[in-house]
Design a protein around this ligand. Structure first.
Ligand code: SF4
Ligand code: SF4
Length: 189
């Protein structure tokens, strides 16, 4: 994995909070901050577990995202998606956009809409994702739909995104399985 030079996580701990982690060396519920988050980043960064070492959000690894997309600033945890990519695409990976702050405010932002328009019209697999309640899996829908293409053509991409968000908000969220119990490092705070 190649990291974009000059980009550091800094005080961002979004990926240490939003997802669940279920590994022998570390477990946490989705939505619960890892207990190693010290307010300024990871307190054990140099000795963090392998699962943490292996993950970087797309802001750290994909150069289509500008500086302002750091997840704690933008409210969007962008990640490289490798699953659920239709064979209709030339690409085997896509981009997930998890709304981790104020979802409605985010999808009403022009910079976010512009990104979606560019991605969808460039046939990049794009997904919109919403975290579930604490301890539950996120909900995800594809943005490469006929409805979104129609909304883009009509200049109503905001409405298209709000419609996608409405689907996510009505999701039947499923519990995130935490099967490992040893060395549990985090409990909901
Ligand atoms: S979400 Fe990205 S920028 Fe934030 S801590 Fe994780 S890898 Fe770093
Ligand atoms: S150990 Fe550090 S990098 Fe891993 S989830 Fe916890 S705070 Fe984040």
């Amino acid at each position: 994995m190649t990291l974009i030079p000059g980009r550091e996580c800094g005080p961002c701990t979004v990926c240490c909070t939003a997802p669940s982690i279920n590994k022998p060396e570390i477990q946490k519920l989705s939505g619960a901050a890892c207990r190693h988050c010290d307010g300024g980043g990871c307190a054990i960064y140099d000795s963090r577990p392998p699962v943490c070492r292996a993950f970087y959000c797309a802001w750290r690894t994909v150069d289509i995202f500008g500086e302002d997309w750091r997840p704690d600033k933008s409210g969007v945890l962008a990640y490289v998606e490798t699953e659920g990519i239709s064979e209709d695409f030339d690409l085997s990976t896509g981009i997930g956009l998890m709304l981790v702050a104020n979802p409605l405010k985010t999808v009403r932002q022009r910079w976010f809409q512009d990104f979606v328009v560019t991605g969808v019209t460039s046939s990049i697999p794009l997904f919109l994702s919403l975290p579930g309640p604490r301890g539950y899996q996120a909900a995800t829908v594809s943005l490469n739909t006929e409805q979104m293409l129609d909304a883009i053509a009509r200049g109503t991409v905001k409405d298209g995104l709000e419609a996608a968000l409405k689907i996510l908000r009505g999701w039947d969220f499923q519990p995130a399985a935490i099967t490992h119990t040893g060395n549990d490092v985090s409990t909901p705070g």
